[in-house]
Design a protein around this ligand. Structure first.
Ligand code: SF4
Ligand code: SF4
Length: 191
């Protein structure tokens, strides 16, 4: 019968030899392959005891930054939420009251800010969209969990600590041009 494709193979029906019948050569060949892999360099690691070195611009868990004197930088403009393709960000804006100048950098701030980490695809668009350098992705991993609720990250998880020693360094995520720009104290952006 004519074959439909050129991939057909003629199957041999020759009798197996004694060595083929006892499968010993095939077993030894298989064992040799296993042993070779046993001593070759492993591609897996024993996480979490071991971790792989991350790129300085790895896109992991977000941080909401404070400025040099500890005020929250976010002004609840909503641009990050608009830019987010996963619609993962929600916030509630509030007006800064007299006496709160040491808490919030701008006249408007986010009284509530949430990121749904089950939706987030770590694309970094929120970071790109922010005009206040308030949100950055970091090299911290969002840990796995069994419940959905803890994956809604609120300001408690997102805003960096006040203690200068515990601040999250994001300087590696900024270009040289941005770092130079930030040195100019006369610009309203840097005040
Ligand atoms: S990293 Fe991307 S998906 Fe995640 S919150 Fe930011 S914009 Fe949305
Ligand atoms: S994080 Fe940035 S873009 Fe998002 S609301 Fe705050 S200031 Fe606006």
């Amino acid at each position: 019968m004519q074959s439909l494709t050129n991939r057909s193979k003629v199957v041999s029906d020759k009798k197996m030899t004694f060595m083929e019948k006892i499968y010993l050569p095939a077993i030894i060949k298989g064992m040799m392959i296993t042993i070779t892999h046993f001593f070759s360099k492993k591609t897996t690691i024993s996480y979490p005891e071991e971790t792989r070195p991350f790129s300085p611009v790895y896109r992991g868990m977000h941080v909401l930054k404070r400025d040099d004197i500890g005020r929250e930088r976010c002004t609840a403009c909503g641009l990050c939420a608009v830019a987010c393709p996963a619609e993962a960000i929600t916030m509630i804006a509030a007006e800064r009251k007299a006496g709160e100048e040491n808490l919030y950098r701008e006249e408007k701030y986010a009284s509530s800010y949430e990121i749904n980490m089950l939706r987030c695809i770590f694309c970094g668009d929120c970071e790109e969209a922010c005009p206040k350098e308030a949100i950055f992705l970091t090299n911290r991993i969002v840990e796995a969990g069994y419940q959905r609720e803890p994956f809604i990250f609120t300001k408690n998880e997102l805003v960096e600590p006040l203690d200068p020693a515990k601040r999250i360094d994001v300087s590696k995520r900024q270009t040289k041009a941005v770092l130079e720009f930030k040195k100019n104290g006369n610009l309203p952006h840097n005040k």
